[in-house]
Write a protein that binds this ligand. Structure first.
Ligand code: SF4
Length: 180
C-alpha cells in the first residue's frame, strides 16, 4: 500500500473535458471507509466531488471523528462559495487544487473570482490553495477579468492528452460516496 490515496468519490461530472483522465484509468479498486484510515494522506477527487459537496464535508468530519490525522486535499473545478458545503469544505481540508478547464463558461470565471475574493476573507494560513488554468486558455480574453491574488500558487496546466500519471507515492482508489 502506498502512503497517499487519490480517492475518487464519484465519477459524475457536469463537464465533458476532452481526454478526461477517467476515460483512461481502467478498473479502479473500490474500498470501504475503514480502508481510507490506513493511508497517510488522502486526495479527494472525481468526477467532480463538489457535486456531492455535503457528503464530502460529512465524510471528512467522519474521518476526523475516527481520529484520522493525515492531511486531506481536494481536487475540484467547481466551488461556489454561495453554497454552504462549498464554504464549509474550505474549513476542513488542508488544501485544495482548483482547475479552470479548457471548455469554460462565463459562470466559471464568475465562480473563480468569487472564490478568490472569499479566500481573501477567510483564514488561509493553514491551507494550501493552488489554481491551475488550462494552458490552452492562455490567449483568452478573460485574463483581464481574473483576480489571481489570494492564491498560494497559480499556474498554467499543460494537458497531457491520454496520460494522467500519478505521483509515485500515490495510488488510485474508488470510495463510492454516492452509495452511502
Ligand atoms: S472536470 Fe475533471 S473529471 Fe470532469 S470531465 Fe473534466 S477532467 Fe474529467
Amino acid at each position: 500500500m502506498k502512503d497517499v490515496a487519490r480517492v475518487i468519490v464519484t465519477y459524475d461530472c457536469p463537464r465533458n473535458c476532452p481526454n478526461c483522465c477517467n476515460e483512461h484509468i481502467g478498473d479502479v479498486p473500490e474500498v470501504k471507509f475503514e480502508d481510507l484510515l490506513k493511508y497517510k494522506e488522502l486526495v479527494i477527487t472525481g468526477g467532480e466531488p463538489m457535486m456531492i459537496g455535503a457528503r464530502v464535508v460529512e465524510m471528512i468530519h467522519r474521518l476526523r471523528q475516527r481520529r484520522y490525522k493525515g492531511r486531506i486535499w481536494l481536487y475540484t473545478a467547481e466551488l461556489n462559495v454561495k453554497r454552504w458545503p462549498d464554504k464549509a469544505i474550505l474549513q476542513v481540508v488542508d488544501g485544495f487544487t482548483y482547475t479552470l478547464h479548457y471548455e469554460y463558461s462565463q459562470r466559471d470565471i464568475t465562480l473563480l473570482n468569487r472564490l478568490t475574493d472569499h479566500l481573501g476573507e477567510i483564514d488561509t494560513t493553514k491551507m494550501n490553495n493552488r489554481l491551475l488554468i488550462d494552458s490552452r486558455l492562455s490567449s483568452e480574453s478573460f485574463w483581464t477579468e481574473l483576480k489571481l491574488d489570494n492564491w498560494n500558487s497559480a499556474k498554467l496546466l499543460v494537458w497531457k492528452d491520454d496520460k494522467c500519471p500519478l505521483p509515485g507515492n500515490e495510488e488510485l482508489i474508488f470510495y463510492d460516496l454516492e452509495r452511502e
